[in-house]
Ligand binder design. Structure first.
Ligand code: SAH
Length: 510
């Protein structure tokens, strides 16, 4: 039969393993499927950040379950996948971990096969192996075992008698890994002990493995249930039983990172690239974003528009923040089609972050003072002769005018122009405000005075013992004015400088 005879070509359904949580653990093939998806049907455990790989216009359908509470019943999910695929869509069924390990991926594939629809499977990193790995536990080790048993501690809800042969699990050699069932730990460890497993068997529970919230609890078969109860150690968690757990003592690479176990709230604007967030996470912190401000055009746009029309006439353009660079160039390219319309102005900046932004627009930076503060830039200008030179200072509305005033004293002709303004963020887009209220933080970071101002305006309760980190003296002085103590100030006033100051701070407080 020729292709033309078919009324509509069927779509395809990709059963994609999302990995255990760390968005970096998605496979390249998984990302490729996501990037071409018409619709993504996703689960509770798959990290929401992964959805960003799908095209913006792709439909996103939540089919997740949390224990006992089903958003979509399994039959409904199966039917949905069949329906969407039959409609000719490219469907990505994104499932936590590996789709074929206790993920009911097999059932979904079977439904698609029965309907005669094409499907593909993209295996993923399973929490059964990747979870322990992030806790420094290799599930096999030449010296201790040659067998690995993976079992579920949670069977069909409502099932009266257990279909799991605990005696067989208990008597099997090697490592055992249990998924689910953390809420039935006392029952399960009891059964394993009764079936003859050594009560002294080392056990580790790894919760929210591979995510910034990862926690590990260790004990033995006889103690772990009580410990978990005491610590309120809840799902999702994997349990590892066996001698390999002891290897964690030397192999716990996650726990050894400089900011491991530190919960850090990062105040920043919603649209700013998550540079600091990513850096702190890389260093092991449980860092989350607390959106406090948003960048908007200035209240009065006319001065900026006038400046853009005359932009060729400047000898210097002085940028004092990455936001200023972005606001300036975005507007510049709306008003001009040719990059050469900028003219021959030299560019001065304060701070590496600002310099980096300028370079992103493919302009070189001619002057950057060693210290990232206005005073230092002024010293540099004092060394040059700036008399009668025309200078443009694109900056935030309401920013301090010291630099403009001082440059004028040096004889420069200065246009000090607001190109953006910061307004309070009113929406909790990332859920960070809720998290701060509920869980607090060990530290909060501020990268500008206005962040501090807007953070205080949110009126959030400050957790006891909260440490504060400031990017530099200007931010610190704003913080103090607001009654916020300054636990640390970065000696190098940029994002990498702040991240490294936080590491130093915690290293010395250990
Ligand atoms: N297909 C999945 C497992 C689905 S069953 C996989 O391959 O990982 C759901 C169970 O997986 C949870 O109850 C928990 O035991 C485990 N799990 C999934 N993600 C986890 C994580 N990030 N940390 C700890 N356990 C996790």
């Amino acid at each position: 039969m020729s292709k033309k005879a078919q009324p509509q070509s069927p779509g395809v359904c990709y059963l994609v393993g999302a990995g255990p949580g760390d968005p970096g653990l998605l496979t390249l093939r998984g990302r490729e499927c996501l990037s071409r998806a018409d619709v993504v049907v996703y689960d509770y455990l798959s990290n929401a950040e992964l959805l960003a790989h799908a095209p913006v216009q792709a439909e996103r359908i939540y089919a997740g379950k949390t224990a006992g509470r089903h958003a979509l019943r399994q039959e409904e999910t199966n039917a949905l996948l069949v329906k969407l695929t039959r409609e000719g869509k490219r469907v990505v069924r994104l499932k936590g971990g590996d789709p074929f390990l206790f993920g009911r991926g097999g059932e979904e594939a079977a439904e698609l096969a029965a309907a005669g629809l094409p499907f593909e499977v993209v295996p993923g990193v399973t929490s059964a192996i990747g979870g322990p790995a992030y806790a420094g536990i290799p599930v096999t080790h030449r010296a201790s075992n040659a067998v690995l048993t993976i079992f579920t501690g949670h069977e069909e809800p409502g099932k009266e008698t257990s279909g799991i042969d605990y005696a067989a699990i208990a008597s099997a050699p090697g490592t055992k890994v249990m998924l689910m069932g953390i809420d039935r730990l006392a029952l399960i460890t009891g059964r394993l002990t009764a079936a003859g497993m050594d009560p002294g068997t080392p056990v580790a529970l790894v919760r929210w493995a591979t995510t910034p919230r990862q926690e590990t609890l260790t004990g033995t078969l006889s103690t772990i249930a009580a410990l978990a109860e005491e610590r309120n150690f809840k799902a999702p968690a994997v349990a590892v039983f066996g001698d390999v757990v002891n290897l964690r003592g030397t192999l716990d690479w996650v726990g050894r990172r400089p900011l491991s176990g530190r919960r850090i709230a990062v105040t920043r604007t919603r649209s700013q690239a998550g540079g600091l967030l990513a850096m702190l996470r890389e260093l092991g912190a449980d860092a989350y974003e607390l959106p406090t401000i948003r960048i908007e055009p200035p209240t009065d746009k006319i001065p900026f528009m006038e400046v853009l029309a005359d932009v060729r006439t400047y000898d210097w353009i002085v940028f004092t923040s990455p936001n200023g660079v972005e606001a300036f160039f975005n507007a510049f390219y709306l008003a001009h089609e040719d990059a050469r319309d900028l003219g021959g102005a030299q560019i001065a900046v304060i701070g590496n972050g600002t310099a980096k932004k300028v370079r992103e627009y493919r302009y070189a930076v001619d002057l950057i003072p060693e210290e990232f503060v206005a005073e230092s830039l002024l010293e540099e200008f004092k060394k040059l002769n700036v008399e009668h030179l025309k200078m443009l200072l694109p900056r935030a509305e309401g920013a301090r005018e010291m630099l403009a005033v001082e440059l004028e004293k040096l004889g420069a002709i200065v246009d000090d122009v607001p190109v953006y303004r910061t307004v309070p963020e009113t929406e909790d887009v990332s859920g960070g405000i809720l998290r701060f209220r509920e869980e607090g933080a060990d530290m909060i970071t501020f990268t500008s005075g206005s962040m501090a101002t807007h953070f205080m305006a949110l009126g959030l309760p400050l957790p006891e013992g909260l440490q504060t980190a400031s990017i530099g003296p200007v931010t610190s002085s704003e913080m103090r004015k607001l009654g916020l103590p300054v636990s640390l100030e970065a000696p190098q006033h940029d994002i990498p400088g702040l991240a490294s100051a936080i590491c130093t701070f915690y290293a010395s407080s250990k």
